[in-house]
Write a protein that binds this ligand. Structure first.
Ligand code: GLU
Length: 483
């Protein structure tokens, strides 16, 4: 096989969403698996809805995910420019060729005329499509329109009674009849090319061998094939990847929660977890293993194992996976990754006041409890918030043995505390007083934090230090005594 070349071609009309990210990722995986190249092309011909801000956000999202490309916007290359609005002369040249060949014609129809035609067809129970009324304009008619200052669009003349067949690498053989398709605009009256035209010119000139994109573009494919044929371009292979549905089997939308990649970043998802999760939206490896790093995914990826049926976006699975990735990080690494979330939290000053060692204790203490990085704020709150006693914790405090345990704790705390040493100390208290570990840990936890649940108690005590820990225990004794 020749060198494989694929592209990701987003329209910068919004941020990068889950669906777009999955398309970008599949292209990336395919390119890397076969040692091919990935092109990033910006399809910004919808100038009203496109913006540089969105383009930048899309690029930032790709970079955050670790999806890099070999050629295109931000990288350069031999087939540039890679922003469609900078390629208008190229499209014009091919539109002129099609006009000369008789495969396209000028269309002077106004919006109103087109709308009237549409309504008339609908009223007849027909599927609306262009009637072809400008197909056979005489020279005089054309000259008269031009003299009136009407700017024409260019329409592609759809060949009649043709069958267009795509052997889609995911969907299998799909056929389309040309008779169902009206002559379509390839260059609008403002000189901008339409998607179906520009995409073909670019894919052909950029040497794209495989077009891997969302299923919604399958119905555009016959129009594109017509242009490939008319221009004698070699057509690429196509692979249309299925929709992504929410848990309720409806098309993914805002109702299903965050959709843009930057929102996931802000919520504290790890890009490596998200990449792993996205890779499984429609693709499955051979084995049972779900947690795979990018190198493993690249090695295992193939279009043969991409499913035809829609993928379901399961947030619980993403959360599980993110937690798994967090557990696998070294505490030093995790400490850096949660830092921005803590710095943006109400505990910023307290966290900044911690020594490096205490900061690592803090992070190690909550590591197993995080679903996302942003959870760190809630999880460390117990360290920094004043104690308030939950009803069940107050009950525990009223147990017979509680005062004994609390007194023993106050009496036995050494000056300098390190989580492992504190743990041993608490065990010692149990041994001395013939109490089960739980009967030592639970009253202490309730006295110190006011809660029956929370992060590891020895670490909490280490973080509070001797003075604060004793103060908290004494406070609970006062509360118990009804003061
Ligand atoms: N700009 C199109 C989109 O964002 C690209 C479609 C394609 O990959 O051909 O949907």
């Amino acid at each position: 096989m020749n060198q494989i070349k694929v592209r990701f071609a987003p329209s910068p009309t919004g941020p990068l969403h889950i669906g777009g990210a999955r398309s970008a990722l599949f292209n990336y995986l395919f390119a890397r698996h076969y040692g091919g190249a990935l092109v990033l092309r910006i399809e910004d011909t919808d100038v009203e809805r496109s913006s540089r801000e969105y383009e930048e956000e899309i690029i930032a999202s790709l970079r955050w995910l670790g999806i890099d490309w070999d050629e295109g916007v931000g990288k350069g290359g031999e087939n540039g420019p890679y922003r469609q609005t900078e390629r208008l002369p190229v499209y014009r040249q091919y539109a002129e060729l099609l006009l000369e060949q008789g495969d396209a014609y000028y269309c002077f129809c106004s919006e109103e005329t087109l709308e009237e035609e549409r309504q008339a067809m609908l009223a007849q129970g027909e599927t609306p499509r262009y009637s072809g009324r400008c197909r056979h304009l005489s020279e005089e008619e054309r000259a008269s329109y031009l003299a009136q200052g009407i700017k024409p669009a260019v329409r592609f003349q759809v060949p009649p009674r043709q069958i267009y067949v795509v052997d889609d690498l995911v969907r299998g053989r799909v056929s389309f009849e040309s008779d169902g398709i009206g002559d379509f605009v390839i260059v609008r009256s403002d000189g901008l090319p339409t998607y179906n035209f520009a995409v073909v010119i670019d894919d052909a000139l950029m040497g794209i061998t495989h077009v891997i994109r969302a299923e919604e573009h399958l119905s555009n494919t016959p129009r594109q094939l017509m242009i490939y044929e008319a221009l004698h371009f070699k057509r690429p292979e196509f692979a249309h990847i299925s929709l992504i549905l929410g848990n309720d089997r409806q098309k993914m939308s805002k109702r299903h929660g965050a959709t843009s990649l930057m929102q996931y970043r802000e919520m504290g998802y790890l890009p490596e977890a998200l990449v792993n999760f996205l890779s499984l939206l429609g693709w499955s490896p051979e084995g049972e293993e779900q947690i795979m790093d990018i190198e493993q995914i690249i090695a295992a990826f193939s279009l043969e194992r991409v499913a035809k049926s829609p993928a379901v976006f399961d947030l619980d699975k993403l959360n599980w996976m993110n937690g798994q990735y967090i557990r696998r990080l070294d505490v030093e690494v995790l400490a850096e990754r949660v830092r921005p979330f803590l710095m943006a939290s109400p505990y910023r000053a307290q966290v900044e006041a911690l020594s490096p060692q205490h900061y690592l204790w803090l992070v190690a203490m909550v590591k197993d409890r995080l679903v996302s990085l942003s959870d760190v704020v809630k999880q460390v709150s117990v360290v920094f918030e004043p104690v308030s006693y939950a009803a069940d914790a107050l009950e525990v405090l009223q147990n017979e043995n509680t005062p004994l345990v609390l007194q023993a704790f106050i009496a036995s705390l050494p000056e300098s505390l390190e989580p492992e040493a504190v743990k041993q100390q608490l065990k010692m208290i149990g041994k001395q007083h013939k109490l089960k570990p739980r009967d030592v840990f639970m009253p202490l936890r309730c006295a110190l934090s006011g809660q029956m649940h929370g992060p590891e108690l020895p670490s909490l005590i280490s973080l509070w230090g001797k003075e604060e820990s004793i103060k908290r225990v004494q406070h609970s004794l006062e509360v118990l005594a009804g003061k």
